[in-house]
Write a protein that binds this ligand. Structure first.
Ligand SMILES: [Zn+2]
Length: 64
């Protein structure tokens, strides 16, 4: 079992480096942190309809 990885599980990629500073997203208008990525968990998510929740500026990117 040890060498067998089920297909579809992709834990091994850049995003799983916990505490990587460059993964956070800040609003370019008000400067608040709108997405805080810690590994594959996103504890902070302040985007609503592709816009910053604080000031309403549209944030370029792919948000689902
Ligand atoms: Zn903003």
């Amino acid at each position: 079992m040890s060498a067998t990885w089920p297909k579809g599980i992709r834990y091994v990629y850049v995003g799983n480096v916990a505490g990587h500073e460059g993964n956070h997203t800040y609003c370019h208008h008000c400067g608040k942190m709108i997405v805080e990525r810690t590994g594959f968990i996103i504890p902070t998510y302040q985007i609503e309809k592709n816009a910053c929740k604080f000031c309403g500026t549209l944030i370029p990117g792919k948000w689902s």
